[in-house]
Design a protein around this ligand. Structure first.
Ligand code: SF4
Length: 362
């Protein structure tokens, strides 16, 4: 069956954040025009059918000028199935009334807004262009325009961030009263400005403490964790992102996008020049049974519910437990993995050291 989800990447940003490792470039009007043209060509060649979820991410999709932004929405819209989820990522400073109206016209029904922190000093350290007041205004404007399904992102474990500062960020995010929150630990990747400036990640214990504070506060405020970094009020889980975590197929278009179609995982080029020159694809990876298993575990165990044993067996043609029992038993004994005859999932403690569990299993 062809994929029922599509991702479209818009790589432009009005400013480049110091920690960012995503495929992105500084906005340039001429490039943006050529980019949307190249994107349309790639999209049309992709033979996308009807999809249940669509996601336009970046970069900053809302950094596109209104006509180009609407052109991208118009490209995706005809593929939406009834009752589909259509998400667009936005930064507070570029979420204008006209963009919101365009999204309503083209059936976007979910927004993901990069708020990241309520502290001016951390927002400027990260290189963000907005203030927390801008974020409050953006959420308010989105609501007035008819959006109720809104996610806001938080970044924690910032350099020298105190527990008090984190608590203030948590309270600020909760005050936005949106139905979905994401919390990401700051990673410092090689080659980023943060890395080049010698900034280092918080140590594991501190990051774990901060994560536990977030988990307790979000749960206390009525959000369920459904993936290690994602929290939602009931019914507001991101259907699109759950497709990635269940390791199901999806189309991906745009510079730096990846996709998984017809048993092939692929990555597009991160070079704008190559992309504009009509060479979107960087590499295809033919799946082997081993790599397929690895991907499945890497993604599914991030979910609070883990995976159903029956779904595993349907996909791989053999049952999970007999093959993995020797690796699973010590993890179950330590209370890190929970196996109940129907499913396999990580405990709260297990999700804190997910990477270690995956190393043990794979
Ligand atoms: S706005 Fe987002 S994509 Fe753009 S540089 Fe910042 S973190 Fe990266």
């Amino acid at each position: 069956m062809p994929p029922r989800a599509v991702y479209v990447h818009i790589p432009f940003c009005e400013r480049l954040c110091g920690y960012c490792d995503f495929p992105k470039v500084l906005f340039n009007a001429k490039w943006a025009f050529s980019y949307v043209k190249a994107l349309r060509e790639e999209f049309e060649a992709g033979n996308v059918g009807e999809v249940d979820t669509a996601y336009i991410g970046g970069g900053t999709p809302t950094s596109l000028p209104d006509p180009l932004f609407e052109e991208v929405l118009r490209m995706v819209e005809p593929h939406l199935a009834p009752a589909s989820e259509f998400t667009v990522e936005a930064n507070p400073e570029s979420l204008s009334r006209s963009k919101l109206e365009a999204m309503r016209r083209h059936h976007v029904n979910r927004l993901s807004i990069g708020v990241e922190s309520a502290h001016g000093k951390y927002l400027s350290l990260m290189g963000r262009k907005h203030t927390f007041a801008d974020a409050v205004e953006a959420v308010g404007l989105a609501r007035k325009s008819g959006f109720s399904n809104i996610n806001c992102d938080l970044i924690y474990a910032l350099p020298r961030e105190s527990a008090k500062e984190l608590d203030e960020d948590i309270a600020a995010l909760l005050s936005l009263d949106v139905p979905h929150l994401s919390a990401y630990c700051l990673s410092i990747h090689k080659g980023t400005p943060f890395f080049n400036r010698g900034l280092v990640e918080a140590d594991n214990d501190l990051a774990a403490d901060q994560y536990e504070r977030i988990l307790a506060a979000f749960r206390g405020a009525g959000y369920d964790r459904y993936e290690v970094s994602n929290f939602a009020r009931r019914g507001f889980e991101s259907r699109h992102n759950v497709i990635y975590w269940r390791d199901e197929e999806y189309y991906g278009f745009g510079m730096g996008a990846s996709g998984y179609v017809d048993g092939v995982r692929y990555d597009n080029t991160r070079s704008l020049g190559l992309y504009l020159g009509g060479h979107p694809r960087m590499k295809d990876e033919k799946i082997t049974p081993e790599s397929d298993l690895t991907y499945f575990l890497l993604t599914n165990l991030r979910l609070e519910k883990g995976f159903e044993l029956a779904r595993f067996e349907r996909r791989f043609g053999f049952p999970f437990l007999p093959k993995y029992k020797e690796k699973v038993a010590p993890l179950v004994k330590e209370g890190l993995l929970l196996v109940d005859g129907m499913s396999v999932r990580c405990s709260d403690r297990g999700l804190l050291i997910l990477d270690q569990i995956l190393l043990d299993l794979i």
